[in-house]
Design a protein around this ligand. Sequence first.
Ligand code: NAP
Length: 240
Amino acid sequence: MTPDLQDKVILITGASRGIGRAVAIAAAKAGAEIIMTGRTMGALEDADDAIKAAGGKATIVELDMADYAAMPRLAAVIHGRWGRLDGLLANAAMLGPLTPLSHLDDKIWDSTISVNLTAQWHLIRAMEPLLIAAPAGRAVLVSSGVAEGIAPFWGPYAISKAGLEAMGRVWAGETERTNLRVNMINPGGTATGMRASAFPGENPESLPQPDDIAPAFLTLLSPDCTDHGKRFEARSMLGL
Ligand code: NAP
């Protein structure tokens, strides 16, 4: 059953494409008002049109995750307009080239760690007071299968996702006694642009589509979710 997200204010980073876009549309259809961020305004406007066409509400914000100062600015705007944040989906990430660590360009290392890890901390720091101000704030950090185990060539992407999971556990420990629940989710291989960059020869139709896995994200964003500090597999949650 689709969770009831009626009138919940949910911030989704990286909502211009792929998984973030699909979750934004699904959450809006479940009644949430979505704040969608990304760098590509045309794609955000397209997602906004899809939400409005389905009778939902959304606000689009052009935001580069590498612009750390944008996070407190966005938090101030959310505070002024809503006074709270019911949900945060920390989804935006970059893959970078799949290369041995010893061959990696330092700019790629820096930008991947910046967008996938350091920016997520800035986001958490800026949004925590708003999430705690909500009656049942829910935060979901989007991880990856390569955060665990041995992932040769996945370099800073795998390292940043392992760090993100550690950050989620630290944050969950710190917010144990609040109304905020923090969890991590691994989408599993999903037919998006990022997946196609990693596996160019793969048939995208052989994979779950972003719309197929979106319900797992809604479950973790719902006030009914009482789990805290856990890592979920979207496919297992949905029996895919
Ligand atoms: P995607 O299609 O490449 O979409 C990535 C999203 O992140 C886009 O909306 C992009 O928006 C945004 N983004 C990237 N860099 C950004 C930046 N510097 N500033 C702001 N926004 C930025 O990727 P996806 O497959 O949907 O991935 C979504 C999440 O799932 C990521 O955290 C990814 O690591 C994770 N994941 C995906 C898979 C998979 O198989 N697809 C598997 C495991 C984990 P703009 O380009 O408009 O900025």
